[in-house]
Design a protein around this ligand. Structure first.
Ligand code: SF4
Length: 65
């Protein structure tokens, strides 16, 4: 199972993650990401990893168990 979460100590609200992975990440009114914590569908795992790598603050975490 793969999930996404955000390290709030790092996130600077760049918003890039939402642009790269709109299926799983939306932004709140201040530009901070909103993730639902549910499993990332298999077809989106690669895109989720790419979004995590692209995060300028290395704040988006993709974890697989
Ligand atoms: S790209 Fe990274 S720093 Fe920017 S909003 Fe997403 S998690 Fe936060």
């Amino acid at each position: 199972m793969t999930t996404i979460d955000v390290d709030w100590t790092r996130c600077d609200a760049h918003g890039l993650c939402s642009r790269l992975l709109p299926e799983k990440v939306s932004l709140d009114e201040w530009g901070f990401p909103v993730v639902d914590g549910r499993e990332v569908e298999p077809g989106l795992v690669k895109a989720a990893r790419q979004a995590a790598l692209a995060c300028p603050a290395l704040a988006l975490r993709v974890q697989s168990s």
